[in-house]
Structure formats: structure tokens, C-alpha cells
Design a protein around this ligand. Structure first.
Ligand SMILES: NC(=O)c1ccc[n+]([C@@H]2O[C@H](COP(=O)([O-])OP(=O)(O)OC[C@H]3O[C@@H](n4cnc5c(N)ncnc54)[C@H](O)[C@@H]3O)[C@@H](O)[C@H]2O)c1
Length: 366
């Protein structure tokens, strides 16, 4: 059914592009919030599009996001496509007159694209948020609260590990640990990478990447992502084996995506509570903060500027892994880190940390 694009009273209109797993999460959560109405949806897969339309109150549909944005003039342009598509949708959103762009991690595959996106957003003044929504889980919130309370003494280290590969997981590890460190910018990063199998994936990545980060407040960041990263045997779900935390002079606190949180502090001893990431619980507050930002009440926690701090570290780590040495941050020139790193690890085999990783990286029998 054609939608005229007329806004419902105080509702912000939304166009969602990409009707896969995350597009449906977003569209459903927008419609469940009284401040938003999905007025348009887009996918290049016609079957997927019509199935989604019937679940979302039959908004206007189309296979061309830019044309649909021009036709529906949405307040919010949300895209949940795969990581290689960024700049054309940012341009389409701006040309469609949107006030806020919501898109999926990772921010960009290359620093060249990161700079392009940043320039487009700066010139247009359009707000943008990136979906690092795990943070709304109570186990993530609890770890942030413990760190923030001072119970760890002087925090000297933040860290994150995930067995899932870089383009899926490193953005999450970096964003939440930057949040733990109050989004203090990084000064430099040094990295290593191995294994080229996952460069053929739709989330192209080295099979294993590691890095050390110097934050401006003296805190050290330590990251490992992919086949060589340690197993977390207490977590069953492979994609939930992500461990992010902080260590201080008087204790540590850490969250496991699908394994709750645990902490040891000087005054509180050992504490731990079970818990797991849950999209249905994490999406509503993520969406509500978009309304609050559009209302100019409060800047969204997952704002583009915050996401860029992690993105620069992620790209700097790749550049270091490809070229050697330390990489100063913020980056000053754009590069194609995907090409640099792909060439560096081509033909290399990764050494895994556990048997399950061997299977997940397609190395069974190798
Ligand atoms: N934040 C999180 O917790 C989280 C979790 C999973 C995935 N993600 C990210 O979300 C993004 C999407 O992942 P997904 O699992 O939903 O993928 P998906 O493959 O399920 O969905 C992507 C959809 O985009 C459509 N598409 C592709 N090109 C298009 C185009 N030009 N115009 C319109 N539609 C197009 C595809 O047909 C598909 O339906 C990825 O960047 C992924 O990294 C984030």
C-alpha cells in the first residue's frame, strides 16, 4: 500500500533497509515504540520484502533504498545490510532528508570509507548511531557500574576477547571496553594477524587478530578476536564466548556475552551472576534513545563519534598487522585496510586455540 509519508502526530517515520535478521529486529522494535512508525522497508530480495511487509503493518516497499528515501522522506533512515555497503546508504539518507541514520556495526571496513562517512555526516549535520546494543544487557550494565563506582581502584587495563571473527565481533569488543574507559581516545595501537580463510566471508576478516592499545589516560587495551582467541568453556554458545572487562589495582570486573558477569573487588569479594545477551531486551532502550536524541533531550550513547573511537582502533590494529610497527591515532590518512591485510595473510594457516574454533573456521581435517 502506498504510504504518503505523512507523519503520525508525534511519531518519527522510519525507513528500514535490509530485511534480514537485524533489519527485522530494528523494524519490529521501532514499531513497538510509540514514538516511531516504520513507513518504508527495502530489500533486494522480493520474497523477503513481502514477508516482512505483512509483519510490519504493510509499509511502503521498494528494492531501491535511495528512491524509497526520496519518496517517503523518513525522519530515520536505518540500514542493516552487510558491511561492504555504507557510503551509498549514508548519501541516500542525507538526500532523503533524514534527521538520524541508524546503522549496523562495523562502522566501516576501511579508514578511507570511515573518513568519507564522517565527512558526509559532518557536512550534513545528520545524527548517526551505530548498533552496539549489547550494552543494555543487565550483565553489561553491572560491569560498567562496578568500574564506574571506583570499586576496582585505579583501572589500568581493559580487555576483550572473542572467538568469532573480526568483522563480526571486534567492533563490539572495542566499543564496550571504550565505554568502560569512558570513551577516552586512544593514542596508538599495535597489532598482529594470521590466517586468510575468513577473507572469503561476507564479514571479511583475518582468521585471528590481536592488538595492544594505549589510551590517553594511560589505560592499556588488550584485544584478541578469532580462531586463536581463548575458548571460554563456561559459555556454551560459540558466538557468546566474548569476554570484556577491566582490571584495576583493587580487582577486576568482566562480562561474558552469554555467560553473565563476575567480579572480584577489595570490598565486595567474589561476585558473579548468570546472564545472556538478548536482542528482545536490548533493542527497546537502543531505539528509545534515538527518540530522546531526535527530541534533543539526550545524545544517544551509541552515537557515531563514540563508535568511531573503536573503529579507528580496529582499523589501526589492521594497519599495524599489515605493515608492522605502532600506528598513531587518530588516523590522519585513509587507507584500504582490507586489501592491505588480505595480502598480508593470504595463504597463511591460522593456529587455533580449541577444537571448536577449528570447525568454525572451516579447518576440520586440515
Ligand atoms: N548488533 C548486533 O548485535 C548484530 C548482530 C548480528 C549482525 N549484525 C550486523 O548487522 C548487519 C546485517 O546482518 P544480518 O545478520 O541482519 O544480515 P542478513 O544477511 O540476515 O540481512 C541482510 C539483508 O540485506 C539485504 N540487502 C543486501 N543488499 C541490499 C541492498 N543493496 N538494498 C537493500 N537490501 C539489501 C539482503 O537481501 C538481506 O535480506 C551486518 O553488518 C552484521 O554485522 C549486528
Amino acid at each position: 500500500m502506498p504510504n504518503t509519508g505523512i507523519k503520525h502526530m508525534s511519531k518519527y517515520s522510519v525507513l528500514v533497509v535490509g530485511m534480514g535478521k537485524r533489519g527485522m529486529h530494528h523494524a519490529t522494535a521501532f514499531n513497538a515504540n510509540p514514538r516511531f512508525q516504520v513507513t518504508g522497508i527495502c530489500d533486494i530480495d522480493a520474497k523477503r520484502l513481502s514477508e516482512a511487509a505483512s509483519k510490519l503493518g504493510n509499509p511502503q516497499t521498494g528494492t531501491d533504498a535511495a528512491a524509497l528515501a526520496k519518496a517517503t522522506r523518513p525522519d530515520v533512515f536505518c540500514f542493516c545490510t552487510l558491511p561492504h555497503l555504507r557510503t551509498p546508504f549514508i548519501q541516500a539518507a542525507i538526500e532523503g532528508g533524514s534527521r538520524l541514520i541508524a546503522f549496523e556495526k562495523p562502522v566501516a571496513l576501511t579508514s578511507a570509507e570511515l573518513f568519507t562517512i564522517r565527512d558526509l555526516l559532518k557536512q550534513s549535520g545528520v545524527k548517526a548511531v551505530v548498533s552496539h546494543q549489547h550494552r543494555y544487557g543487565p550483565h553489561y550494565q553491572k560491569v560498567k557500574e562496578i568500574i564506574q563506582s571506583g570499586a576496582l581502584g585505579r583501572v589500568h587495563t581493559v580487555y576483550g576477547t572473542a572467538t568469532g571473527w573480526m568483522t563480526h565481533m571486534l567492533s563490539h569488543l572495542l566499543d564496550y571496553t571504550c565505554w568502560f574507559n569512558q570513551y577516552t581516545p586512544a593514542q596508538w595501537v599495535m597489532g598482529q594477524a594470521a590466517g586468510g580463510v575468513k577473507f572469503a566471508d561476507n564479514h571479511p576478516s583475518p582468521d585471528y587478530i590481536t592488538g595492544f592499545v594505549q589510551f590517553a589516560n594511560g589505560v592499556r587495551g588488550i584485544y584478541e578476536c578469532g580462531a586463536g582467541a581463548p575458548d571460554q568453556p563456561e559459555v556454551g554458545k560459540w558466538w557468546g564466548k566474548n569476554r570484556m572487562g577491566a582490571q584495576g589495582t583493587e580487582g577486576f570486573a568482566e562480562v561474558l556475552t552469554n555467560g553473565g558477569w563476575r567480579a572480584v573487588t577489595k570490598s565486595g569479594g567474589y561476585q558473579s551472576v548468570d546472564g545472556a545477551m538478548n536482542y528482545d531486551r536490548d533493542m527497546p532502550p537502543y531505539i528509545q534513545e534515538m527518540a530522546d536524541w531526535l527530541d534533543n533531550k539526550q545524545v544517544h550513547q551509541c552515537n557515531f563519534e563514540h563508535a568511531c573511537l573503536g573503529a579507528e582502533i580496529m582499523l589501526g590494529m589492521q594497519r599495524s598487522a599489515a605493515q608492522g610497527g605502532q600506528i598513531a591515532l587518530p588516523l590522519t590518512t585513509g587507507a584500504d585496510e582490507q586489501a592491505l591485510l588480505k595480502a598480508r595473510v593470504a595463504g597463511q594457516s591460522v593456529l587455533v586455540s580449541c577444537e571448536q574454533n577449528r570447525a568454525e573456521f572451516g579447518l576440520t581435517g586440515a
